[in-house]
Ligand binder design. Structure first.
Ligand code: G4P
Length: 191
């Protein structure tokens, strides 16, 4: 998506440790007009797929998913990261390993909000190693929900997540796919 790629080139900063800082428009200050354009693009790409729920993960996916929920006209559920192992309630639960932060989060969704009638679009800001998306797939699987596909804002396509998950049969629509970047400021996209 041209608009997002241009914004990354204009306002994105490549930091040490292979991190693309996009907190001026994506995951701290949020450009909701840009989110709206992204949501409309996913709506076009997933036209006719009868998506009836969006599932995302705390924290940075939530804003993007909410705007997508307006375009799709459906509820948005987010998987909660929790530190307490035995929280009360009837929940689906899985673990998400973050390779970047080198930690494991327990993520949960209430059984009330995910079920066999759901046709899900998974949404997240970044796809890198695929840990977050894999966690969402686990939760959907436990609920018997059908995953129609995933909408990602920025895929670091040189990291393994996208390839692994596409090989597992997941349809992934990433709006900007980075093929290479370095801290001299170079950022290249797969068109
Ligand atoms: P994954 O995102 O594919 O699951 O892989 P990974 O474990 O590598 O990512 C860990 C966290 O770092 C994720 O956020 C992910 O969105 C984020 N991330 C990965 N690469 C970049 C990057 O280049 N720039 C930025 N800004 N973030 C990146 P998280 O910690 O799980 O959640 P959140 O609370 O930040 O949303």
């Amino acid at each position: 998506m041209r608009l997002l790629e241009e914004r990354i080139l204009k306002d994105g900063l490549v930091m040490e440790g292979d991190v693309l800082k996009v907190d001026g428009f994506l995951n701290h200050q949020m450009d909701v007009q840009l989110f709206q354009a992204m949501a409309e693009e996913w709506k076009r790409l997933f036209a006719g797929c009868e998506i009836n729920k969006i599932l995302t993960i705390e924290a940075s996916g939530i804003g993007i998913a909410c705007i997508a929920g307006l375009s799709f006209g459906c509820p948005v559920v987010f998987a909660k990261k929790t530190k307490t192992r035995n929280i009360a309630g009837d929940v689906y639960r899985t673990q998400v390993k973050s390779y970047t932060h080198n930690n494991i989060s327990e993520v949960i969704v209430s059984k009330k909000y995910l079920g066999a009638d759901d046709r899900l679009l998974l949404i997240d800001d970044f796809l890198a190693n695929g840990a977050a998306l894999s966690g969402l797939l686990d939760l959907a699987d436990m609920a018997g929900a059908r995953v129609i596909g995933a909408g990602i804002a920025i895929e670091k396509a040189y990291q393994p997540g996208g390839k692994l998950l596409r090989e597992r049969g997941l349809r992934i629509e990433s709006l900007a796919r980075i093929s290479a970047m370095d801290d001299s400021g170079r950022i290249e996209f797969i068109s």
